[in-house]
Ligand binder design. Sequence first.
Ligand SMILES: Cc1cc2nc3c(=O)[nH]c(=O)nc-3n(C[C@H](O)[C@H](O)[C@H](O)COP(=O)(O)OP(=O)(O)OC[C@H]3O[C@@H](n4cnc5c(N)ncnc54)[C@H](O)[C@@H]3O)c2cc1C
Length: 255
Amino acid sequence: MIEEYYRPESLPEAVVIIKQKGRSGRILAGGTTLKKWSEQTAAVIDLQALGLSQIEYRAKEMALGATLTLANMAAIPTLPSALQIAIKLQASYNQRQSATVVGSLLSADGRSTFATAMLALNARLVLFPPQKDLCYSDILALGNEVIEGQIVTAVVIPTKIKFAFHSVARTPNDLPLVCIALARWDSGRIRLAAGGWGKVPLLVLDGIGAQEVSLAVRSTFSRAGDEWASAEYRTDVAGVLAKRCLDDLDSPADS
Ligand SMILES: Cc1cc2nc3c(=O)[nH]c(=O)nc-3n(C[C@H](O)[C@H](O)[C@H](O)COP(=O)(O)OP(=O)(O)OC[C@H]3O[C@@H](n4cnc5c(N)ncnc54)[C@H](O)[C@@H]3O)c2cc1C
């Protein structure tokens, strides 16, 4: 049961409280997952007074403040339209007004369209107290425990890329049964991530050249059966979606 509420006004102050409270404390961002963990949490540390909602544009990347809402991220005019779609499929209109970029990444499961997109983009998390940025793929592999006692202050994503995203679900706004996100850098580097089942989205490919994409996607989904869809179905659909993503990257649209 939540008995204490803190709204620190600086990052050092926030970290002191987080360390003091240990496992009984929890960082509060948009608060949309609060119901899930409020029973085991005695204190919440609200980030809203820290001014972490800014967007910083750099030469080849942008840093999105941790508490930027999904709605405000989707409204960035230069964002690839495919990324805007992945954000909109992550949560309903109302949830997007309060759910934050970092809260969404740290509470994502395998059906998260946003996490799948950010994995393909090789998003990096900026931490406080400062240390080397952490790749989002490392968090997905190792779990949120690796950042215990720290605050994620921003997420950095590349801007000089082409990006494509496709998904299939039972209804247009439902969580995906399969989703594929593909990013391509000017160097020819390609990163493809897949979601739609399991605990976290998976990185299927990170390399040069598109020849391996279809094979890699199909083998990733070969065991992806659950109560929502069979592995055979997901394998077939994933192959089609990966091909659509590749076609999009070669089209002159705004990706
Ligand atoms: C009804 C409902 C259904 C949903 N279904 C799905 C689903 O099926 N799949 C899916 O992937 N998502 C699902 N979501 C998740 C949704 O996308 C998240 O609720 C939301 O995006 C979390 O963002 P938030 O800002 O509210 O985070 P919060 O709820 O405030 O926090 C989420 C977690 O991240 C930690 N955290 C937040 N910010 C920071 C930070 N800056 N530094 C360190 N730790 C931090 C918090 O301590 C907490 O553990 C669902 C949500 C709702 C309400």
